[in-house]
Design a protein around this ligand. Structure first.
Ligand SMILES: NC(=O)c1ccc[n+]([C@@H]2O[C@H](COP(=O)([O-])OP(=O)(O)OC[C@H]3O[C@@H](n4cnc5c(N)ncnc54)[C@H](OP(=O)(O)O)[C@@H]3O)[C@@H](O)[C@H]2O)c1
Length: 267
């Protein structure tokens, strides 16, 4: 029997990211763990239970915890405190918080459990297709085994480094905002809106592929050079973007978001 055949993984909060992790676990041939979902969001939970025979929906959040060895906390940050303080966790459980801006120590305090029982992870929606490594802190042999089979794992060496990874994953929204700005500009120049967004999406997909061909650590400076003819329009736009504060604006937004993260640097 595989090492994890009897493992029970529970999810508190069955939304977008929980669904992606459930699909990742169920889609990994080497993982046989059973999955227990909290009843909210009911529609998502029932859909997952219909899709995978090893997934079931519990009656309540407490029932999820009572049945689970590993509990993923996949709630929106605004309700985490009230929800966790109302639940009873037991010794020996591993808690995995995917809530970006709350420190391990804070989760442990609300769950009334030792900090060693709490890990943080940043799965992204792509985990469903086993694409992209999931940042984890701290090291945890069981979670590393699970994540290794669902796209990979990268273990942060401290919680501050984990927060940096977490903010790296928070560039998804701004990526699409940037894409939209590009498409809006093209539309403003007379392209049909659908034509503009389709063109931008295809261009960015090709650029992402070019970066991936650079291996595990693509050289973005070299890529920018390679894709910018000297004195050409690519060079002009990149220089203008930087000179007008585009790079600075992104860094400032990230620094601002970092300030909203827990004072994990002190732990
Ligand atoms: N989406 C991402 O790419 C991503 C990536 C990394 C981390 N995260 C983090 O993961 C967490 C969840 O994000 P998400 O995108 O999955 O959000 P989401 O889709 O809104 O899912 C949250 C779920 O929690 C449920 N819920 C609300 N109150 C509950 C309660 N008291 N008990 C149990 N479930 C409850 C909601 O159900 P109802 O619909 O019935 O209200 C909803 O389905 C957030 O902290 C987010 O920042 C998200």
């Amino acid at each position: 029997m595989p090492w994890h055949a009897a493992l029970q993984c529970g999810f508190i909060g069955t939304g977008t990211i929980a669904a992606a992790v459930v699909r990742a676990l169920c889609g990994a041939p080497g993982i046989k763990a059973k999955i227990i979902l909290s009843p909210r969001n009911r529609q998502t939970a029932e859909q997952l239970a219909a899709e995978f025979s090893r997934v079931r929906v519990a009656q309540s959040n407490q029932a999820v915890i009572d049945a689970s060895d590993v509990v993923f906390i996949a709630l929106r940050r605004q309700i985490v405190q009230a929800e966790l303080q109302a639940l009873q966790f037991r010794t020996g459980q591993t808690l995995v918080s995917v809530v970006p801006t709350i420190a391990r120590a804070q989760i442990a305090a609300w769950c009334r459990c030792p900090i060693d029982a709490v890990c943080r992870a940043v799965p992204l929606p792509f985990i469903a297709a086993h694409q992209g490594a999931t940042p984890l802190f701290p090291a945890n042999a069981l979670l590393e085994k699970l994540l290794a089979q669902t796209g990979g794992v990268v273990v942060a060496h401290d919680e501050a480094q984990f927060d940096a990874f977490m903010l790296g994953g928070s560039m998804m929204g701004v990526y699409f905002r940037f894409a939209r700005a590009c498409a809006d500009w093209l539309h403003g120049q007379g392209l049909d809106a659908a034509q503009a967004s389709g063109y931008v999406a295809q261009l960015f997909a090709n650029l992402a592929r070019a970066a991936q061909q650079g291996g595990a650590a693509p050289d973005f400076v070299a890529l920018q050079d390679e894709y910018s003819t000297a004195g050409g329009t690519n060079e002009m736009v990149a220089q203008g973007f930087a000179a007008l504060g585009g790079v600075q604006a992104l860094h400032q937004a990230l620094n601002h978001a970092l300030k909203t993260t827990p004072d994990s640097k002190n732990q």
